[in-house]
Design a protein around this ligand. Structure first.
Ligand code: SF4
Length: 315
């Protein structure tokens, strides 16, 4: 892989909640992403993966930490100072119905980022035609409105719009989660093709482990705001080292019947407002020992594997 285009260091995001208390949604997360690479981000609802994605997009500001994108520190850049970089930093969200303006024609939706870049009408028209072909939509889609399309086609429109300004990085937040299984597979294949063609970096947030396995080169597993394991895709899915990763994978049917699988997840995710002491995962961990209740583990390399693991007793 080439030099990282995104470097996030010690990111933290705190929210005030009713009663004056504080919710730490993202806690000391560091990661990198290179051109042509997909980083999958997984974890149960409320683990902080979408908040992390929104910080990377600079839709919300971090409470602490640093984000470097294309060599620039963008952590505290104003929207005006960020504008030249925005074209390289795009997003595709779960629900294309709410992310596409229903009153605009598809051609105008896709061309909007090009208008913002000051690109002339003829060049915009040519680029829209090219993008429709790239994402597998008919040329006459340009004059129609989003409601005339299926869910999968609307997601293709959203992807075409994200691609319009030739971005370096696309954050996909549950981008295939609202689609039927067969349509999901088509969109995943499209993202994979586009990545190879344009050397895109993808920050792929999903609760769907199958989708992440299909697309990701590396995977980060989050639990209560922290990354608990980050590893190359094959390593993570075949040899999960953190008990939480192993339990998440155990919830997916085993590809080989009778294969030994770790115990499934016990209990509910604790409140992020009052996370458990020590290792946040200890109340649900089948491997927990007394130390785990008082001593929070660091995210550490686990040689000779390529994984970083936050556990006192990694598997
Ligand atoms: Fe389980 Fe202890 Fe590892 Fe936490 S540190 S995941 S409680 S074994």
């Amino acid at each position: 892989m080439s030099e990282p285009i995104l470097v996030a260091a010690h990111l933290r995001k705190d929210f005030r909640v009713p009663g004056g208390r504080q919710l730490r949604a993202v806690d000391d997360v560091s990661l990198t992403l290179s051109a042509g690479e997909t980083l999958g981000v997984v974890g149960e609802s409320g683990c902080g993966k979408s908040t992390l994605g929104r910080m990377i997009l600079r839709l919300i500001a971090p409470s602490a930490g640093e984000i470097r994108f294309l060599g620039q520190d963008i952590t505290h850049l104003s929207e005006r100072a960020l504008r030249p970089l925005r074209r390289h930093l795009q997003a595709v969200f779960q629900d294309p119905v709410s992310s596409l303006n229903p009153r605009m024609r598809v051609g105008d939706i896709i061309a909007e980022p090009l208008v913002n870049l000051g690109i002339g009408r003829a060049d915009r028209r040519a680029r829209v035609a090219e993008l429709l072909e790239v994402v597998g939509l008919p040329a006459d889609a340009t004059g129609r409105h989003p409601h005339a399309f299926s869910g999968g086609q609307r997601q293709r429109i959203a992807i075409a719009r994200a691609l319009a300004a030739s971005p370096k990085l696309i954050v996909c937040d549950e981008a295939t989660s609202s689609l039927d299984v067969s349509v999901q597979a088509q969109i995943l294949n499209l993202l994979s093709d586009l990545q190879a063609r344009f050397a895109l970096a993808l920050f792929f947030i999903s609760h769907n482990l199958g989708a992440v396995r299909h697309l990701a080169h590396r995977v980060a597993v989050m639990y209560l705001g922290r990354v608990v394991e980050i590893a190359p895709e094959a390593e993570l899915f075949e040899h999960p080292h953190h008990p939480y990763t192993a339990a998440l994978l155990a919830a997916v049917p085993a590809p080989v019947p009778d294969q030994a699988v770790p115990p499934p997840l016990r209990g509910e995710v604790p409140s992020p407002i009052e996370p458990p002491s020590g290792c946040h995962f200890h109340p649900r961990c089948a491997r927990a020992e007394a130390r785990c209740r008082v001593d929070a583990p660091e995210l550490r390399p686990l040689p000779p594997s390529g994984a970083l693991v936050r556990c006192h007793f990694p598997g």
